[in-house]
Design a protein around this ligand. Structure first.
Ligand code: ACM
Ligand code: ZN
Length: 519
C-alpha cells in the first residue's frame, strides 16, 4: 500500500505501511492511562457517533487482553517528538497511540479517525467489516501555532456554529482559535463593568446594501439593507466555548481591537473618544476615523478594566489587542492627545499608538499575559515581548522584528484571508503560501510561530457563507501549519481532499466544490 492511499490530512511526517489490517468490532476494548480517560471517552463517542460502535473503556496499563485492543498511552519522549507529536501503530492485533503528552494522544486519534474506511463512515452499519490498514506513523507539527481567526463582530455566529468550527479545527490539528470579538460594527463580549458595551454596542440597524458601496466615497449616504444585526456572548457562553475548545486542545485567543475599530465601543461610551461623540454603531465597512483617545487616562482605566474581565474568562497566555488601521486624524487635533505627546516626549502623533500598546503590554505582562497585535503595532520602541501578527504591507519591518529575536504569526492577506472569493485566492494559492519569508535568515526561522487563516465577515452573513469561504481553504492552511515543507504537494493534497470531503458531508458542511475553488 502506498502512502497516498491512506488519505490523511494534514500529511504526517512519516508513514510506513504494513501488510494486513486491524478489524474494529463491538468487542474492541479501549485501554487507557488514567490521565487520558477524558480523551478515551472522546474516542468512544467518535466511534459511536460515526460507526455506531459502543466500545468499553478500561483503565490501567495492565490487561490480560493482548488482542482486539486500542491502547492510549503516554510515554517518555525517547523519539524527541515535539510536545504535540505522537506515534500510531496499527497491527492486526491492536492499535497503539503513544505520545509524550495528552495533546499528542489526541492528535493520534485524529489520524486514526481518518484511517477508518470512508465508505462506511456515517452508515452506522456494524454488519460491515471495519478494517483499519496496518501502518506505523510518526508525526509532529512543523509550527506550534496553527490558527484560524473568525470575525464575529461584522456578523454574529451562534455558539453551536463556533463549536462546529472547533470540531473541524481539531480534526485538522489546528490549535489556536482567534476570536475577533469587537469592531466598529459590533461589540460581542459581555463586560460586567461596562454593560452599555453590549446593550448599545452589540446592535446595529442594518448594513450597507452592497459590496460595491463598501468602496463608495459617499460613505454615510449609501442605502442600508434594513436587516438589523445583533448578538453577543455572555461570559458563561465564552466559558462553555473555552471548555469545548480545551477538550480539543485548542486555545481560544480573544481579540479586543484597540485603539482603532472601536466605533461600537464609542457608541456606548463616547467619552472615550477625542471629540466626545455622539456615535452610532457603524453600518458600513472600511477604516473609521473614530478611535480611542490616547490622551485621556480614563481610556487606560477602561481598557485595563475590560482586559481584567477578559483574562478572568480566557486562560490563553496570549491576548490579541488588535492595533490595525487606527487613523491619526482625531489625535492630531485633540488637546488631550497633544498634551500626552508633550508630557511623554513622544515627538509626534506617530508614536501615540506605541505608547498605548506598551502600556497595555506592560499591564498584561504584570498579569502574566503576553500581547499580540496586527503589524501596525510595530515601532522601534515597541515592548520586546509583543508578538507581531503580520497581515499586510510592511514585511521589512516584520523581518527586523524577527531579527531582534521577537515573535511573529503570519497571515498574509493575499493568501490566507478566506473572506476573499476563490477567484482571487484559489485553493492552490492558499495551499502554497509559505509562512517563513524567503528573506529571513535560517537562524531566525524559529521566530515565526506559525500560520493563521483569517475570515473577516463583512459579507459573510450566515453559517452557510462561513463554511463556503472556509472550506476547503482552511484545510489547506492546516496542512501548511503541520506538514514539513518538503512533504507538501498540491496534487497529493487535492486527491486526499476528495476523500476528506466525506467528513464534510457527514457533518453537513457547505464547502466550496472543485469547479469553484480551482479557478
Ligand atoms: C486587518 O485585516 N485589518 C487586520
Ligand atoms: Zn485624544
Amino acid at each position: 500500500m502506498t502512502q497516498k492511499e491512506l488519505n490523511i490530512i494534514p500529511e504526517p511526517v512519516n508513514i510506513s505501511s504494513k501488510e494486513g489490517a486491524f478489524t474494529l468490532n463491538e468487542k474492541t476494548l479501549i485501554l487507557t492511562d488514567l490521565k487520558l480517560k477524558a480523551i478515551a471517552e472522546q474516542l468512544k463517542q467518535i466511534l459511536l457517533s460515526t460507526l455506531g460502535l459502543n466500545l468499553v473503556i478500561k483503565e490501567g496499563s495492565q490487561t490480560k487482553e493482548t488482542n482486539n485492543i486500542i491502547i492510549l498511552k503516554t510515554v517518555k519522549n525517547e523519539k524527541q517528538l515535539n510536545h504535540e507529536g505522537y506515534t500510531l501503530i496499527v497491527s492486526q492485533k491492536r492499535i497503539e497511540i503513544l505520545a509524550p503528552t495528552p495533546n499528542g494522544i489526541f492528535y493520534g486519534i485524529q489520524t486514526m479517525r481518518q484511517l477508518i474506511p470512508l465508505k462506511i463512515i456515517g452508515t452506522k452499519n456494524i454488519g460491515l467489516k471495519l478494517s483499519i490498514p496496518c501502518v506505523v506513523i510518526e508525526d509532529y507539527p512543523r509550527f506550534q501555532c496553527r490558527g484560524f481567526m473568525l470575525d464575529v463582530a461584522r456578523h454574529f455566529f451562534e455558539k453551536d456554529e463556533i463549536k462546529k468550527v472547533l470540531d473541524f479545527m481539531a480534526l485538522l490539528k489546528l490549535n489556536k482559535f482567534h476570536f475577533h470579538l469587537t469592531d466598529d460594527q459590533g461589540w460581542r463580549v459581555e463586560i460586567k463593568k461596562y454593560p452599555l458595551l453590549t446593550e448599545i454596542g452589540s446592535k446595529r440597524e442594518g448594513t450597507i446594501a452592497s459590496q460595491r458601496s463598501f468602496r463608495s466615497n459617499k460613505k454615510n449616504k449609501v442605502p442600508l439593507d434594513g436587516i438589523p444585526v445583533s448578538g453577543y456572548y455572555t461570559q458563561q457562553d465564552l466559558r462553555e466555548l473555552i471548555q469545548y475548545a480545551t477538550e480539543r486542545f485548542i486555545t481560544i485567543i480573544p481579540e479586543l481591537d484597540f485603539p482603532g475599530h472601536t466605533t461600537a465601543a464609542l457608541a456606548a461610551y463616547p467619552e472615550l473618544s477625542c471629540t466626545g461623540g455622539p456615535f452610532k454603531v457603524s453600518t458600513r465597512f472600511g477604516i473609521h476615523k473614530e478611535v480611542l483617545c490616547i490622551g485621556k487616562e480614563k481610556v487606560f482605566e477602561f481598557t485595563q478594566n475590560v482586559l481584567n474581565e477578559i483574562i478572568e474568562i480566557f486562560p490563553s497566555s496570549i491576548i490579541h489587542i488588535g492595533g490595525d488601521e487606527a487613523p491619526k486624524k482625531r489625535w492630531k487635533k485633540c488637546l488631550d492627545c497633544q498634551a500626552r505627546i508633550k508630557d511623554e516626549s513622544l515627538g509626534s502623533v506617530e508614536n501615540l499608538q506605541v505608547y498605548f500598546t506598551n502600556r497595555i503590554a506592560d499591564y498584561l505582562g504584570s498579569k502574566g499575559r503576553q500581547v499580540i497585535g496586527w503589524n501596525e503595532i510595530l515601532n522601534d520602541k515597541l515592548n520586546e515581548n509583543a508578538i507581531c501578527h503580520y497581515w499586510t504591507m510592511n514585511l521589512k519591518q516584520v523581518l527586523e522584528h524577527a531579527r531582534l529575536g521577537r515573535k511573529v504569526v503570519m497571515s498574509e492577506m493575499s493568501a490566507v484571508y478566506l473572506n476573499y472569493p476563490y477567484k482571487i485566492i484559489p485553493l492552490e494559492r492558499a495551499y502554497n503560501y509559505e509562512p517563513i519569508p524567503n528573506e529571513l535568515e535560517a537562524k531566525y526561522h524559529d521566530k515565526i510561530l506559525g500560520i493563521e487563516a483569517c475570515l473577516w465577515t463583512e459579507f459573510v452573513k450566515n453559517k452557510k457563507n462561513l463554511e463556503w469561504q472556509a472550506f476547503p481553504r482552511l484545510i489547506a492552511v492546516a496542512e501548511t501549519g503541520w506538514t514539513p515543507k518538503n512533504k507538501k504537494n498540491f496534487k497529493s493534497f487535492q486527491k486526499r481532499l476528495e476523500k476528506f470531503n466525506k467528513w464534510l458531508d457527514l457533518f453537513k458542511v457547505n464547502y466550496a466544490k472543485k469547479e469553484e475553488y480551482l479557478l
